[in-house]
Design a binder for this molecule. Structure first.
Ligand code: ADP
Length: 208
């Protein structure tokens, strides 16, 4: 858990509320948090969903695991502490996007339940106009992920060349109560995207 280091800092309120911003922009801020094993399909589905949302005129932005590790989180590795800090920062960034009225799509393995719950809490504890937080469990069995292995990571982990790999020698804690479960082993990418779009409509993020 990150501690507050700086002292003598004060929150500066803007000139209008989040609700006023969203109304003016005709948007509802939301974070759709994709979690699942490596190669389960998070990035593929989030990218296809991003395309559908942008085509529908929705301001959305994808925060992707590997991409973020090239920049904001380049100083973090895969130890439990670094994974927790990785997810905490993403949670905070996604919250900023959602606050601005954007739909943030995050695709991170995010294997530990308490780290994901912290991100949910960040969004939900702020009561000044509810930001929608949707946890999407990309539920692909490990044998399917391992068969796909688009980056050759399972092969490396099985050979002992990659330590602490989720699902092999590091745990994956499946969500207890996700808002949505996708099963890419039996659902096409289009079907997964359609299920996401339907839920976004039900939550009032997507209109019409
Ligand atoms: P992750 O982001 O979870 O690590 P990726 O999206 O990078 O996973 O990789 C998933 C792989 O599985 C891709 O090569 C993708 O083309 C393939 N795939 C096959 N069927 C599906 C499906 N129904 N949904 C998502 N990905 C699929």
């Amino acid at each position: 858990m990150a501690v507050q280091k700086a002292t003598n800092i004060h929150w500066h309120e803007g000139n209008f509320t989040r609700a006023e911003r969203w109304k003016a922009l005709n948007s509802v801020g939301c974070t759709m948090w994709f979690t699942g094993l490596s190669a389960s399909g998070k990035s593929t589905i989030a990218s296809a969903l991003e395309q559908s949302l942008v085509n529908a005129g929705i301001n959305c932005y994808r925060l992707d695991g590997d991409n973020i590790r090239f920049g904001l989180n380049k100083n973090l590795g895969f130890s439990a502490d670094d994974r927790a800090e990785n997810i905490r920062r993403i949670g905070e960034v996604a919250k900023l996007f959602a606050d601005s009225g954007c739909v943030a799509l995050t695709s991170f393995i995010s294997p530990y339940r308490k780290d994901r719950d912290l991100c949910r809490e960040l969004h939900e504890k702020d009561k000044t106009g509810a930001m929608v937080f949707i946890e999407v469990f990309v539920d692909t069995p490990i044998d399917v992920c391992e068969q796909r292995d688009p980056k050759g990571l399972y092969k490396k982990a099985r050979a002992g060349e990659l330590k602490g790999f989720t699902g092999i020698d590091d745990p994956y804690e499946a969500p207890a109560n996700p808002e949505l479960v996708l099963k890419p082993a039996t659902m096409s990418v289009d079907q997964c995207v359609a299920a996401c779009m339907e839920l976004l409509k039900a939550k009032g993020v997507l209109k019409g």
